[in-house]
Ligand binder design. Structure first.
Ligand code: NAD
Ligand code: IPM
Ligand code: MN
Length: 348
């Protein structure tokens, strides 16, 4: 039997609750489709930071390098500054392993109430290694009236081109429509450059209809008419914001999955729900596991088992459509376990 070697980082908060749920569903899919998982769990987290001073060991990235994929729950906890926890673990993994595409599908499932009436089936393609997430900048004059902070955004021709090409190709395989998120009316260097590169790459992908929207107007349109979008490509920060927004429009951010892809497969890709560690509900057993289970399905697809992945998402859709087992964020009363068991029951 084919066995996949997965690094598992449950992390903090509800990451510890949704990760086992997702892996249980993945194992069940594997039994039906003839693949197994060899899991190596890493306790890298804010708890580790508080006891050792580091989110992961100094050779953490080397330990991950040999795995077929990485599955992550979420990191972040009260008591550790978010920029410390995220720049100590999540962001280095995305960068070191050139996971420059962050794929974030959004669907409105039958049985889920949305604030809008629309058929929603879109994918946010988020640039994942550069842009506004940069270490370049600084702070000066702390505590003085002259205090200031400067944060540079880095957009490279190579970095933008490769994620645009991914997005155009994806649109060509879907409904053939791409929307580029921009703000070249207000940001005068980086985003005009982004727009120019979109024009350049569009010429290479003539089969795809494309348009661009300023990020502010795009947010409004995503709420008012989410049904008109197919693939949306955006910079690191725009893609981050759009993916939570679109997920909430489709019911809850607890549903949203993501794949941090290294499309060339030189390094492992990483799969994780879009949501964070949700300290406000952590430890209660009420977190929605759909984002994690769907992320695991994306991992299974990436590992070559498309039918198994389709079945995992269909099992989620089936339980939602039946309507009586739902977590609190979707207006139900079920806990993480009860929802997961319902998915497992449908799968078997
Ligand atoms: P969050 O996604 O953790 O929570 C936002 C809101 O959504 C909360 O009210 C939460 O209860 C709810 N929510 C999130 N996931 C849910 C789920 N599966 N089921 C039900 N409700 C859910 O975002 P935040 O509050 O901005 O961040 C909390 C912590 O998580 C911070 O430390 C942040 O840095 C971190 N974070 C980590 C990741 C990651 O590791 N990938 C992603 C986002 C945020
Ligand atoms: C996400 C998260 C992270 C991001 C944070 C926690 C650094 O919000 O994966 O969407 O902004 O990339
Ligand atoms: Mn986010």
């Amino acid at each position: 039997m084919e066995t996949h070697d997965i690094a598992v980082i449950p992390g903090d908060g509800i990451g510890l609750e949704v990760t086992p749920a997702a892996l249980e569903v993945t194992r069940a899919a594997g039994r039906r489709h003839g693949f197994g998982l060899r899991l190596t769990e890493y306790d890298w987290s804010c708890a580790r930071y508080l006891s050792t001073g580091a989110m992961m060991p100094f050779d953490g990235l080397d330990r991950l390098r040999g795995h077929d994929a990485i599955f992550l729950g979420a990191v972040g906890a009260p008591g550790v500054a978010d920029h410390v926890s995220l720049w100590g673990l999540l962001i280095p993994i995305r960068r070191a392993f050139r996971q420059y595409v962050n794929l974030r599908p959004v669907r409105l499932f039958e049985g889920v109430e949305s604030p809008v009436r629309a058929e929603i089936d879109l994918v946010v393609v988020r640039e994942n290694t550069e842009g506004e997430y940069s270490e370049i900048g600084g702070r000066m004059n702390r505590g003085f009236p002259e205090e200031l902070a400067v944060q540079e955004a880095v957009f490279t021709r190579a970095g933008v081109t490769r994620v645009l090409d991914y997005a155009f190709d994806l649109a060509a395989r879907r409904q053939g429509h791409l929307t580029s998120a921009t703000k070249s009316n207000g940001i005068v260097h980086t985003l005009p450059f982004w727009d120019e590169l979109v024009n350049e790459r569009a010429a290479v992908h003539p089969g795809v209809r494309w348009d661009q929207e300023h990020i502010d107007a795009l947010c409004a349109k995503l709420v008012l008419e989410p049904g008109r979008f197919d693939v949306i490509v955006g910079s690191n920060l725009f893609g981050d914001i759009l993916s939570d927004l679109a997920a909430a429009v489709a019911g809850s951010i607890g549903i949203a999955p993501s794949a941090n892809l290294n499309p060339e497969r030189e390094f492992p890709s990483m799969f994780e729900p879009v949501h964070g560690s949700a300290p406000d509900i952590a430890g209660q057993g009420v977190a929605n596991p759909i984002g994690a289970i769907w992320s695991a399905a994306m991992m299974v697809e990436h590992l070559g088992h498309e039918a198994a992945a389709t079945e995992m998402v269909a099992a989620i859709a089936h339980v939602l459509a039946k309507g009586h087992v739902r977590t609190r964020d979707l207006g139900g009363t079920a806990g993480t376990q009860e929802f997961t068991q319902a998915v497992l029951a449908h799968l078997s």
